[in-house]
Design a protein around this ligand. Structure first.
Ligand SMILES: [Zn+2]
Length: 213
C-alpha cells in the first residue's frame, strides 16, 4: 500500500506516519528526514541540496523528488510506504506519479487531515524539536522524559522560529492555497479520504488502521 498524508503543519501527519511505520511496517518518508540524512551521509544528491541550503534557498523540487525515489528504491519497501507531507503541489504529485508508474506502482490512498486553526496553534506553539535526530515533542501532549532534552540523543531541544502564533496563521493560509488543487487532483482519482486532524492521535490512528484493514 502506497499512502500519502496531507494536512497543514500541526495536523499530526508525522505522528501518524511514525505509528503506521512502527505497527504496520511501512517505510516512512519525510522530506525533512531524507534531506538531513542525505546531507549527513554526503551523497551526491545531498551535496547538491546542501549548496541550496547554505545559500538559504529552498531545495528545488526535482532534487527532493529524486531523493524520495532513491530512498524508495533502495529501501526494498517500494510496496509499502508513506509519504509524509509530500507532495505539496500538483506539480510534485504528477512527477511522483510519473516516476512511480515507471516502477509499475501508484499511490493507493491519500489521507487528508482536516484541522482547525485553533488546534494547529495549540500544537505548533508547544512543539519542540531535536536538532540532531529531528524527533518531535510537545510540551503538553508528548513531553520528553527530561524537560527540554531529547530522549534519544540527550541534546537540547529547540523551537522553530516560525512556530509562533503570528506566523502560524500566515503559514496555514499559504498551505491552504497551495493544497486546494492537490486535494482536487487526488479527489478526482477517487483516492482521497478525509479525517479530522483535531482528534486525539490515538483516535486518528484507530480510524486510519480501520480504513487500511
Ligand atoms: Zn534527538
Amino acid at each position: 500500500m502506497r499512502i500519502v498524508l496531507l494536512g497543514p503543519p500541526g495536523a499530526g501527519k508525522g505522528t501518524q506516519a511514525v505509528m503506521l511505520s512502527e505497527k504496520l511496517g511501512f517505510l516512512h518518508l519525510s522530506t525533512g528526514d531524507i534531506l538531513r540524512e542525505n546531507v549527513k551521509r554526503g551523497t551526491d544528491i545531498g551535496k547538491k541540496a546542501k549548496a541550496f541550503m547554505e545559500k538559504g534557498e529552498l531545495v528545488p523540487d526535482d532534487i527532493v523528488i529524486q531523493m524520495m525515489l532513491d530512498t524508495i528504491k533502495s529501501s526494498g519497501k517500494k510496496n509499502d510506504f508513506i509519504l509524509d507531507g509530500f507532495p505539496r503541489t500538483v506539480y510534485q504529485a504528477k512527477k511522483i506519479d510519473a516516476e512511480l508508474k515507471k516502477l509499475k506502482l501508484a499511490v493507493d490512498i491519500v489521507f487528508y487531515f482536516k484541522t482547525s486553526i485553533s488546534t494547529v496553534i495549540k500544537r505548533l506553539t508547544g512543539r519542540r524539536l531535536c536538532p540532531k535526530c529531528g524527533a518531535n515533542y510537545h510540551i503538553v501532549n508528548m513531553p520528553p522524559k527530561k524537560q527540554g532534552i531529547c530522549d534519544k540523543c540527550g541534546v537540547e531541544l529547540y523551537q522553530r522560529k516560525d512556530d509562533s502564533e503570528e506566523t502560524i496563521e500566515k503559514r496555514l493560509e499559504v498551505y491552504e492555497n497551495q493544497t486546494k488543487e492537490l486535494i482536487d487532483y487526488y479527489s478526482a482519482q477517487g483516492i482521497l479520504k478525509e479525517l479530522s486532524g483535531d482528534l486525539d492521535a490515538k483516535e486518528v490512528y484507530k480510524q486510519l488502521a480501520a480504513i487500511l484493514a
